[in-house]
Every structure is written in C-alpha cells, then in structure tokens.
Design a protein around this ligand. Sequence first.
Ligand code: B12
Length: 377
Amino acid sequence: MAPIRILTAVPICDGHDSAINTINLDLIRYGIEVIYLGYHRSAHDIVRAAIQEDVRAIGISSYNGGHVEFFSEVLSLLQGRDCGHIRVFGGGGATITKADADLMYQHGVDQIFFAGTPLEEMVRYVQSRFSTPIPAVVNTSFEDRIIAVNLSEIEAGNGVDSPPSNRVSPKRETKVFGMSGPGGAGKTTLIDELVLRFLRKLPADHRLAILSHDPSVVGSGALLGDRATMLYSQNNRVFMRSMATRGLAGGLAAASQRAVEYLRGLGIFDAVIIETVGTGQEALPFGFDHSFTDLAVLVMPPDYGARLQLQKIAMLDAADIVVVNKADLRGARTAVSEIESRLRSNPRNQTLLQTQANRHRDPGVDQIFRNLFSPNV
Ligand code: B12
C-alpha cells in the first residue's frame, strides 16, 4: 500500500520550527512521507502545496498566535477548492489553549495536540486517522487537483485517463530539463532562481512544473523538503510535486518517467524541471542518451576533491550543461578549469557554466536560463 502523505508547515510570521522539525523526523521513521513546506508560510501557500502534493492531511505548528483565524483560513481555502477531504491538525504547545482548541474543532480542525503529548501518540494518530486512501474520483474543475490525483495514480502504478485540460489551445510544447548532482551542490536554489526568471520573463498564462525527488529512508518514510528552501516556486504558475524514491537507487523514483510523460502530454506547461536526489558518481538518472529529457544539467560544487575524482563521475560524460555552482567558494576557479579539461575529451557538445545561485541577478544563472528557455525569451 502507498505510504501516507501529509504536508507540514509553520504559519506566516512564525519562525518556531524546532517542534515541527522534531515531529517530521518521527513521522518519517514510522513510514510516513512528509512534505515539509517550512516556516513563515501563508495559508494560500499551504493549501496550494497540499493540493499539488495530493496529501491526506495538513499538520500546522503554530506558536505566534492567530491560530484560530489561521487554521480556519486554511480550512476555508481547502473547501473553496473542492478539497474539504484534506484534514487539518496541529499544535503549538501552550500557546493554543483548550478553549481555543474547542473553537477550532467547531471550525472543522481535526485534532490539536497540547504540550506534553508524547511523539508516539501523534504518530499513532496520523497512522490510524489517515491510513485509508482518499478515493481517486475527483469531481472538480480545479486543474491542479486533477493533475495531482493522476500523479498519485501513476505513483501507485495505475493507469490514468488522458490529459484533462483543453485550457491551452493549441497545446504548448513542453521541454523537459533534468537537473542532477551531488547533495549540497545547490540544485534546489538554482531551480528556484530559474523559476524566478521564468515568472518574470514569460507572460502570466505560462506555467512550469517541477518534479522534485528525495530519498526514502528506512521504514519507507521520506522527508520531502525541497519546498522549504524554495521561495519563488510558491506561485500559482508553478505546479510542484515531490516524489520519494521508494527504494529505487540512481536518483529518481520508479514512476518518474511516466510522471514526466504525463505532465508533458498535458500540453499546458512550458517546461518540466526534474530535480534528482543528491546523486553519486555512477548515477545516470536520465540514461546516457537521456531519452525522456530534452537537456540534462549536472550541478557540481567546487569541492569534489582531487582532480582524479572527475574521471569517475559518469554524468560528466552525459550532461549537456555542467554547472559549477557556489562559484564564490575557494577553489571554484580551479574546479572550472579542471572540469573544462575533463570535458574537452568528450565527443558530446557540452556547455560549462559557473553560478552563484544564492545571490540575486547572478549572470551565470541568467545564462542557464537563456540556454534552457532561449526560444521563449
Ligand atoms: C524554542 C522557542 C523559541 C526559539 C525557537 C527556535 C525554533 N527554531 O523553533 C526562539 C528562541 C528562536 C524563539 C523566538 C521567539 N519566541 Co519563542 N518559544 C520557544 C519555546 C521555549 C518552546 C517552543 C517549542 O519548540 N517547544 C517544543 C515542542 C516540541 O513542544 P510543545 O511546544 O509543548 O508542543 C507540543 C504539541 O503542541 C505538539 N506540536 C507542536 N507543534 C505541532 C505541530 C503538529 C503538526 C503536531 C502534530 C503537533 C505539534 O508537539 C509537542 C508535543 O508535546 C516557547 C515556550 C514554550 N515552553 O512553549 C516560546 C514561545 C512560543 N515563544 C514566544 C515568543 C514571544 C517568541 C518571540 C516573539 C520572542 C521575541 N520577542 O523575540 C520570538 C519569535 C520568533 C519568530 N521569528 O517567530 C512565546 C509565544 C507567545 C504566544 N504566542 O502566546 C512563547 C510561548 C514563550 C512565552 N511564554 O512567551 N522561541
């Protein structure tokens, strides 16, 4: 049976994330897939993410007050998007009183946990309350909800109906860009910066999809945390889905290729960006000839060790674009020249770029954006 998927978040104007970080880790140890949205998140961001991720419930950790109103706003936004089946629960230590909780239950909140509740009790609640899958039937005009449910069907190995949308006519040609590289190279930040450029440069009716992967851990749970570090991707023009590898090695999940084909077939996105898990030397997540991507990008940090290490990284032979990110770090210039000479012997026509994705208006990121989206900008 597919793991239970829930979304967790901390409300806007609230930076108390230590409780939810502890709870997240406990939930994943017990086989739950947790999509963590991070702190300082608006009700709109939470609801958009919950719908796109097709979760069974939203867990909110609130410490800065305003919880009665905030939880109610989340519930009412869910109702308004035909998603009243997504349950809302949470806690906030002693900042949520019993009287507040009673009011919140009247508004439809499923459960509030008070100070002193053992972690096991919260895990048991999630396991028992959300163990029954939500029926896949959807009667809604909300496009993201339909796409999200179909992606869950694909993840479960089931067939899906043909693409639902006639919104864009003629259909858009969707490019697929694969991004891989070792953990900590800065893939997520780079993708978020590319999204920012997409949102600014393309007209408001153009959309982008992101398929982001994180590893499943022992016990089959997973912390799907890429959304927590993304700012610009919290936008109605972005459809983002987090996938756990569910036991598959190599950077992607068993259902990834079908999910990409489905998203491409919809004809509503200009691009699908796939982010792999942090990959190892032997990984070729998109194959050598990357049959389901139009371009494959390898993102490397400058600190890969001795020059000899470069001979062992398979993606250096397969990538169309190699990016040395964190170009402000010591050793970046050496890394660029060593990688340049490593690529020289390859028959494939490859581009080498350097970026500092964590700063605004980085010219290296501008260049990658042009390489990926050049016909459209
Ligand atoms: C740690 C802490 C901080 C840390 C936060 C670190 C971090 N990264 O999270 C720091 C020092 C940064 C901090 C700062 C501030 N804090 Co503070 N902080 C706390 C403190 C001491 C503990 C909160 C905590 O993490 N508890 C640990 C969790 C695991 O236990 P618990 O709270 O009992 O929660 C239980 C359940 O509710 C449940 N739960 C909680 N969340 C969720 C979510 C889900 C999904 C589920 C299932 C369950 C669940 O889990 C626990 C099970 O036993 C509380 C006081 C307190 N004792 O509660 C104040 C407190 C929350 N902070 C407070 C304040 C005022 C602030 C500041 C505004 C102070 C200031 N003037 O600068 C800032 C604001 C920070 C910000 N940007 O938002 C006030 C809030 C007042 C209010 N709203 O009524 C409190 C209550 C302190 C006080 N008595 O005044 N704080």
